[in-house]
Design a protein around this ligand. Sequence first.
Ligand SMILES: Nc1ncnc2c1ncn2[C@@H]1O[C@H](COP(=O)(O)OP(=O)(O)OP(=O)(O)O)[C@@H](O)[C@H]1O
Ligand SMILES: [Mg+2]
Length: 407
Amino acid sequence: MKNITGSPVTHGDFLESRRFLVDEMRDLVRTCSFTVVAPRRFGKTSVIKELKRQEDNKDKDRKEFNILFLELEGEETCNAFCLKLFNELMALYKIRKKMDMLGRFLGESWNAVASRFKSVDVMEMGLEIREKTREYDFVEWKEKIMPLIMGLNTFDKQTVIVFDEFPDMLLNFKMNATDSVEFKRVTDNLTGWLRSLRQVQDAGSKYRFVFCGSINLRMTLEDIGIGKRINDLEEFPIPSMKGDEAESLLRSLAEQYGITVEPDALDFMVSKIENGSPYYGQLLFKALRDTREKSFDLNTVEAIYDGMLRGGDNDLNHFHSRLVEYLSPLQKECSGIILKHMCHGSIQQKELYDLLLADKCDNSEFQAILKRLIYEGYLNRDIGKGGAIGFVSPVLRDWWACREGLK
Ligand SMILES: Nc1ncnc2c1ncn2[C@@H]1O[C@H](COP(=O)(O)OP(=O)(O)OP(=O)(O)O)[C@@H](O)[C@H]1O
Ligand SMILES: [Mg+2]
């Protein structure tokens, strides 16, 4: 498996011990639509992409799903979202040779276009669709997309429509909206419509939706009082790595690159990445590779680790830039206090509030900040320690401690 730190991983680069997640996801998508729930960098997109890769590689008779993967992080408006979804659906109709149905679904004005689309490539089709739909508003988009989705019930395979980074797209809507009322209206319209598409699903229906994103979708919608829009969705969690999984990640990478790590150095690395996501293992291993050495003892690994924390690692700094970008000044101040305190170890939520934050913000604001830090991938609750809250990964904790000058 290759050492990849950033983009989603699939196939031979997907950690063997996590393959069960792909099978579990396949089982779930047979029965319902769902959200993928995990903090940042836990491998959400990788599981979906690996499922898609496996399905795309099956031969026709064994193939069970057509998976449409929509990356939404860069979509700024509801219309842009609709255009993307429409394009993907059209491309699917084209590939599955169902273009003849389009005139019936989209109205006569699309008849000629649809038959010409049979012979143009998907790129060209996309350009023409953009031109033809330029003036559409949300009502018109719904009229066009709805029948295309219902039409999926006539396909022989099930269609899975994945919305990756859906909550990030909602944040873009928030930035672009004139005010909070406008943001709520747009989001409510969109999520309400998507819910209505799920409501007409019955046991035999042939399409499912998967919602995925760094920031928890539920939190984003609950914040604006429309959590009910996704109450029907099941949740698919991505777990953290236990110690043995962390070790197998490091061993697989070491084998791939012909690197030897002495047992006590390996134990040290495991202690820094267990209970977090594979991402931290990949980051730490990259720091080893960057030295161009081939064998490592404990002293060397400790020094490399220290250098990685202090060296302004870009992959780690990304965590901080999100806080700077998305939090209000009060939330930033409180987050700073919470994270600094966590550098000394985990703590119960109530104690944290009473001790450090009671005079800064009210309890509901405090809870919202905690939730946000959990879904930004900083903190988690340790069930083993009675739900105490601490850093997701020792790597992140040590990195933050360096930032604060505590190390
Ligand atoms: N199954 C896996 N095997 C090996 N490495 C993994 C696995 N899953 C995640 N990683 C590591 O984590 C990184 C991020 O993975 P991915 O993009 O799937 O996470 P994500 O949860 O979708 O992240 P984001 O919250 O930023 O969208 C990968 O580049 C890789 O370093
Ligand atoms: Mg992702």
